[in-house]
Design a protein around this ligand. Structure first.
Ligand code: MN
Length: 364
């Protein structure tokens, strides 16, 4: 038995913090959804499971719901979905939309009851409403005859930004499952059992949603030879966009310039969102290179954000200081430098100093 495991499509995610780039990011979620289905067909899987949070919430535009149904409807094999905590099974939910009935291969699993399919039994754990303190897999007692596949949505130990529905770290073993397909945590995570087999996993989201995720933007293809055998798990990349998080501590003059070169060399900037966190020392000779880094971060990528509140100017001051005339210009710059390098460092003064440098370069 060969299954494709995906989750957390979060279609309808607003991505408001990305400003006018949010729309590109929203579209990518559907684009990558099509890629998931392409993989299902290419890998000739027996079924697809979607382990919750297909949608951002139950108020998502119904045109988007229909679009998702159409994408999944083209899988060429049965698709089983459970509602998650973002799109729970409540009156008026996305799961009541008529489009789900238009594709014979789509099955919304609305109850926690075993579902017999060819060659296996599914044990779905749909989210009914809101949060629960109970392990959603607790009802499962899989028999020994057939391949047993659980589908659940919640937090294993500390997995996930929102702690919801706690799932035991050894749930697959406890419930007698060959594989437990999990949703909620957006980063791919595999859980090994005492015998070294991986019987439960978060596939992670098919398309990244945040800079804090690691190894998101994939689906898992899981081969289960027979009941009791260790599953073989393969990771396939489905993401359209790369979310890169750079963190750099500058400790030597010249490092800033090398960072600029590195950022300028990153491939596919039009498909990349970048967060660049700088800390350490801003050396006098590096001010121009910092300007270059800022220009690259903010201009070269689909989206870029630089955080440099923890970058502190060294006491010598930037090289351009020595060209400043005596008087109020020099005094103002010195004062900003002192504040920026104070204890605690003043980020506003740092930014003002940077702006001062830019204006001064333009003026001379
Ligand atoms: Mn969730």
């Amino acid at each position: 038995m060969r299954i494709l495991h995906t989750a957390d499509w979060q279609v309808g995610m607003r991505a408001a913090h990305l400003g006018d780039k949010g729309e590109r990011v929203r579209l990518a979620r559907l684009e990558s959804g099509r890629r998931v289905i392409d993989e299902a067909r290419r890998e000739k899987v027996d079924l697809v499971v979607v382990a919750g949070d297909t949608f951002e919430d139950n108020g998502v535009d119904r045109l988007k719901v229909r679009e998702v149904a159409k994408i999944l409807g083209g899988a060429g094999c049965p698709v089983y979905l459970i509602p998650g905590n973002h799109d729970p099974m409540t009156p008026g939910s996305v799961w009541e939309d008529a489009s789900w009935g238009e594709f014979a291969n789509l099955h919304i699993l609305k109850e926690s009851v075993p579902v017999e399919i060819a060659g296996a039994v599914l044990y779905p754990c749909p989210v009914a409403a809101g949060d629960s303190k109970e392990d959603p897999t607790a009802w499962i007692h899989a028999g020994p005859e057939k391949i047993a596949i659980g589908i659940a949505h919640g937090s294993v130990e500390n997995a996930g930004y929102e702690q919801v529905m706690p799932i035991a770290h050894n749930a697959a073993a406890l419930r007698g499952l060959d594989y437990l397909a999990l949703g909620h945590f957006h980063s791919k995570t595999l859980y090994g059992d005492a015998g070294g087999a991986f019987r439960m996993a978060y596939s992670g989201t098919h398309e990244p949603t945040d800079f804090s995720e690691h190894d998101s933007g994939n689906v898992l293809v899981v081969e289960i030879p027979n009941h009791g055998a260790a599953p073989q798990i393969q990771t396939l990349r489905t993401r359209s966009l790369e979310w890169l998080s750079y963190r750099r501590k500058i400790e030597q003059p010249g490092e800033m310039g090398r960072l600029a070169v590195e950022l300028d060399g990153l491939s596919a900037p039009e498909h990349t969102l970048l967060k660049c966190v700088l800390e350490g020392t801003l050396f006098g000779s590096d001010h121009e290179a910092l300007g270059k880094v800022m220009e690259i971060v903010e201009g070269r990528f689909l989206f870029g954000r630089a955080e440099m509140e923890r970058l502190v100017p060294d006491q010598g001051g930037p090289d351009w200081f020595k060209h400043l005339p005596n008087g109020y210009l020099r005094d103002a710059a010195q004062e900003l430098l002192a504040q920026a390098g104070g204890n605690p460092p003043d980020a506003v003064a740092s930014a003002a100093l940077m702006e001062f440098a830019r204006l001064w370069r333009e003026a001379i």
